[in-house]
Ligand binder design. Sequence first.
Ligand SMILES: *Cc1c(COP(=O)(O)O)cnc(C)c1O
Length: 804
Amino acid sequence: MLTNKEEFKQVFQKRLVALHGTEVQEATTQEIYKTLGSLVREYISENWINTNASYKKSGVKQVYYFSLEFLLGRLMGSNLLNLDIYNVCKEGLLELGIDLDDIEEAEPDAGLGNGGLGRLAACFLDSLASLELPGHGCGIRYKYGLFEQKIINGYQVELPDNWLKEGNVWEIRKSDKAVEVKFGGYVTTEQVDGRLSFLHHNYEKVLAVPYDMPVVGYKNEVVNTLRLWSAETIIGNFDAYSISTHDQRKIIEYKRSTEAITEFLYPDDSHIEGRTLRLKQQYFLVSAGIQSILHNHKKHHHDVYSLPENVAIHVNDTHPVLAVPELMRILLDDELLSWDDAWEIMTKTISYTNHTTLAEALETWPVDLMRSLLPRVFMIIEEINRRFCQQVWADNPGNWELLRSVEIIRDGVVRMANLAIVGSYSVNGVAQVHTEIIKKREMKHFYQYFPEKFNNKTNGITHRRWLLRANPLLANVITELIGSDWIKNPTELQQLSKYVKDASFQEQIRSIKHNNKLNLAKIISKECGLTVDVGSIFDVQIKRLHAYKRQVLNVLHIMDLYNRLKEDPTIDMPPRTFIFGAKAAPSYHFAKKVIKLINTVASIINNDKYINDKLKVVFLENYRVSMAEVIIPATDISEQISTASKEASGTGNMKFMMNGAITLGTLDGANIEIEEAVGDDNIFIFGLTPNEVLNYHQVGGYSSWDMYNTHPRIRKVMEQLITGEVAQQAGDFKDIYDSLLIDNDEYFVLKDFIPYVDAQLKAGQAYMNQNKWTQMAIENIAQSGKFSSDRTIKEYASEIWRIR
Ligand SMILES: *Cc1c(COP(=O)(O)O)cnc(C)c1O
């Protein structure tokens, strides 16, 4: 139906009339988008049904990837691509006078995530389906995704992201698969048939309704499922005949508080907000997801003892780690298993990924909150803790230090990472250096106790979205040169290494970059009213705004560069366009000040005629997946400048590399593995090493005042933060100034400043030799196959989940 252009045109026009009562010439973009979506979803459904039937028939082990975030972005383009009907639809629509690019633009991003962690989950789903692996997502259908960012007068303003306003063509509501989730109440015990049973009373019931979204594999007829849960009221809770005004008010309140559970995504990245509603979200997801998995398991297998052979449950960070006590609860209270049997099953089923060692991101929940919201689950956590501590003490009598560090409940809080490690059979970090830090430092006691649980799985990105779809020009010349095997097997990109010196390939690479830069320049002009020089270096930092990612270091360098240009406008440097995109958590005061600083510096520099347009600074508002897809292919320099040891992996770094941008970065996260892959000559590395940072943390010895006093250029930019033009209103950037000097610069910005400036200088000089630069770009593309999430998922599948 969609594989033949003429047929496609016919069914398209018919469907447009059926759905919207209109003809092509009169239809709005939204109507055309929805019509195409409806056809594509229909086209998907046969394979979806077949995939499910084949999993059922073969009884093959299934993986469920639990995550509070799935940052999917747009799905039309990647679905058309994976279904191999992109060209038919593109050409068919063109003959009807429609540009498919415009139609893709009509789709709102599914922004159900904050940043890297949520995008990783989305890349993993794409790889699972494309590798024909039986793996599914389990998440929350937030009514509002990550806020929409507007910049007003240089400041971030947050607007609700009403992404479902026009409906969602990709989802199917499955009311018959709804389950109930219980909150609050109290628990009593009772002897029933010689067994202690736990009875839960007076709880509030919430209905969890699943919405399924298809996850389409690349040209392989596989369609897996992303199941997103939505909270609804259970109308049966009320007796329709006895509704007084008082009851009506209670009903309205019940409806409001129930639906609030899945109303919005918490906008903190690498930081936890200890709100009750967030804990409710976590339990809601986990309870609904596990009930539905067990229900399905029991339909096809006699008992729950075989669960670990048929199901793997993976928790993405600690956010869904209540899966541990929830699975125990169901096995104990509903399936009536003994503790030991339940524990055996549970610990063979659940595995966990750690995403951070930042203290402010390690989840803890107050015991009182947990007990009142989830009384039975809390009892189980206490019992897990009691038994575990007893075991540790028996194995290591007298070792208080060990006991203190591994306890799950301590100082009135539940430590979720500890619960995750104790409850799962596998704990993985997301890049080599991150895993080493977990093993040797942050979780060293656990590592000594359970060495066999710990392993590394370096993150990856789907090359289908981030190269094939986002940069079709580049994908095409690669295929012309080395054939199309790299699409199924991305390490084949290494063949490009042979062509680093090939003059005509180099020329193609340059001309594609130029084209992509023109494209981005158009968007910058449209969105910011700013003309940028496509001959300049596009130097890009796009990622969440966070102190450890050090956007401040980037801005201070720009201020310094501007100062130097003012002193000597003739200095020989290639012109530069600095591009930023970043959302700050609405309550993260410091991060919001940094956004204001970037915009202030931008307006000073962009309005200064005397620097001969050698510098431009752009802040693109509302950074998101669909924007990343346009910016990354147009980038020359990829800024990956986090404080060493703080960025667990990074995945933005991989997307840039794959599109031929050169990394300018610290020895942090996956940057280290990128350096190993491309070699020292094809990356610009600077700054403190992870060990140097960790040693400073341990033994001290750093003073940012020393930096300030020794380096006049540092002093100058620091002073500019609090005086004169940059400061504008007095004290505007005093918080940033204070954090760098008064609070001794927790993230070593001033320590790394001079090395960063030097690395920038080197990068600028390298760019002036276009021949050499292009060779570097090609080598980066050639080595990027390792960072495909296909490689990552194959490792998870064989080493953690044991699925085929
Ligand atoms: C890849 C991606 C990220 C993660 O970027 P990092 O540089 O690794 O922090 C965040 N947001 C979006 C929209 C992304 O596509």
